[in-house]
Design a protein around this ligand. Structure first.
Ligand SMILES: [Zn+2]
Length: 169
C-alpha cells in the first residue's frame, strides 16, 4: 500500500458509557450505519471483519489497543483532514482508566516518533500540525474526546485528574 504523509493525530472518544466495554466490531457497525466504507482492497488485507470502521486504533478500558484501519489507509474520523491524519478512539465519553491513559501516551508518542509528527497541540496557528482532539478542529461542534488535549500535552501526557475513571487514593 502506498504511504501517505501524516502530520496530524486526532484523538476521539466512542461516546459510550465511561468504563463500559465497546469493541471495534460495535464501532464498525455504527460506522457502517453512518455510511462509512473501507476500500475493499485494503479491508481484504487488514482486519477483513471490519468493513467500515473509521478509526485506526481503539483503546479499551483495560488498556488494550485494537486496530481498525491500517495506518496507510485514509480514515473516516475528522472531516477535511482525514487524508493527512491518523485517528485514535478512546472507549468512553470523558473519563478514562489509568490503563487507557497509559495506552494513549504510548500510542501518541510512538506515532509522533514514527511519522515525525511534532508532539505539540495542533491548532489553527500552526496549521493543525501535531496532536489534537476532534473538538479542536475548525467547525466541529462535538465535545469529543471529552477533555482538553492541549492540557494533557502541557501535563506531559499524564492522566488528567478530572477525566480519570478511578478515584485516586
Ligand atoms: Zn470524534
Amino acid at each position: 500500500m502506498a504511504t501517505r504523509q501524516i502530520d496530524l493525530i486526532v484523538i476521539h472518544c466512542s461516546a459510550t458509557p465511561n468504563g463500559r466495554w465497546t469493541s471495534t466490531l460495535d464501532i464498525d457497525h455504527w460506522h457502517a450505519e453512518r455510511g462509512f466504507r473501507r476500500q475493499s482492497g485494503a479491508a481484504a488485507h487488514y482486519n477483513p471483519d471490519l468493513k467500515s470502521i473509521g478509526y485506526h486504533w481503539v483503546l479499551y478500558p483495560n488498556g488494550a489497543r485494537a486496530t481498525g484501519r491500517h495506518a496507510s489507509e485514509v480514515g473516516a474520523h475528522a472531516r477535511g483532514v482525514n487524508a493527512r491524519s491518523l485517528g485514535i478512539c478512546l472507549v468512553g465519553t470523558d473519563r478514562y482508566t489509568y490503563a487507557q491513559w497509559g495506552a494513549l501516551l504510548d500510542q501518541v508518542r510512538h506515532l509522533c516518533a514514527t511519522h515525525h509528527v511534532p508532539l505539540q497541540h495542533a491548532d489553527a496557528r500552526n496549521g493543525y500540525v501535531g496532536v489534537c482532539g476532534h473538538r479542536d478542529l475548525a467547525g466541529v461542534a462535538k465535545t469529543c474526546p471529552g477533555f482538553e488535549v492541549a492540557d494533557w500535552l502541557d501535563q506531559d501526557l499524564l492522566p488528567l485528574a478530572d477525566h480519570l475513571l478511578e478515584t485516586p487514593r
